[in-house]
Design a binder for this molecule. Structure first.
Ligand SMILES: Cc1cc2nc3c(=O)[nH]c(=O)nc-3n(C[C@H](O)[C@H](O)[C@H](O)COP(=O)(O)O)c2cc1C
Length: 142
C-alpha cells in the first residue's frame, strides 16, 4: 500500500441537484480539498453521484466521513478502496461532470439511473469500470 489512498463511492441524490447548487457545493469542496491535499472527480449521472477521492489516507477518510453524513444524498456505497503511489486526478481539487448517460459519449459509460444502490456493486463489478469511466473523462480533458 503506497501513500495515496483512493476511494470511489456511489450514492443517490435526495433531490435532483441543480447546476447552481452543485457549483456552490463544489466551490467549497475544492477549497477544502486543496487544503487537505485531496484530489478527485465527481460525476453526477441521472440522480446518482459517483466520486473518486484520493490523497493522504487520513485526509481522504476525514473528507469522506463529512460527505457520508451529508443529508443531500443517501445509499452511499464504497465501490473501490485502494492504496498506491499514483494519483489519477493529480491537478483536480475536484473535477466535475454532469453526465446524461445517453450522451456521455464514452464507450465505458455506465448508466446507473434507476439502478438500486444496493445493486451498484453488481453493476459495477469491483468498481474498476467506474474508475475507468472517471479516468477517461480526465484524459479527454487534458
Ligand atoms: C456528492 C457530494 C460530494 C461532495 N464532495 C465533497 C468534497 O469533495 N470535499 C468536501 O469538502 N466536501 C464535499 N461535499 C460536501 C460535504 O458533504 C459537506 O457538506 C461539507 O464538507 C461541509 O462543509 P461546507 O458547508 O463548508 O461545504 C460533498 C457533498 C456531496 C453531496
Amino acid at each position: 500500500m503506497g501513500p495515496v489512498r483512493q476511494l470511489c463511492y456511489v450514492s443517490t441524490a435526495n433531490e435532483p441537484a441543480s447546476d447552481q447548487h452543485l457549483t456552490e457545493m463544489l466551490g467549497r469542496a475544492k477549497l477544502r480539498n486543496s487544503g487537505a491535499g485531496v484530489t478527485g472527480m465527481l460525476l453526477y449521472v441521472g440522480r446518482n453521484y459517483c466520486q473518486a477521492l484520493e490523497g493522504p489516507r487520513a485526509e481522504v477518510r476525514a473528507i469522506f466521513e463529512k460527505i457520508a453524513k451529508d443529508a443531500r444524498h443517501r445509499d452511499m456505497h464504497v465501490v473501490l478502496e485502494t492504496g498506491g503511489s499514483v494519483r489519477d486526478f493529480p491537478d483536480w481539487s475536484m473535477g466535475f461532470l454532469r453526465g446524461d448517460p445517453a450522451t456521455l459519449g464514452l464507450d465505458s459509460a455506465i448508466d446507473l439511473t434507476g439502478v438500486a444502490p444496493s445493486r451498484f456493486e453488481r453493476v459495477l463489478g469491483d468498481g474498476g469500470a467506474l474508475k475507468s469511466l472517471l479516468k477517461s473523462f480526465y484524459r479527454a480533458n487534458h
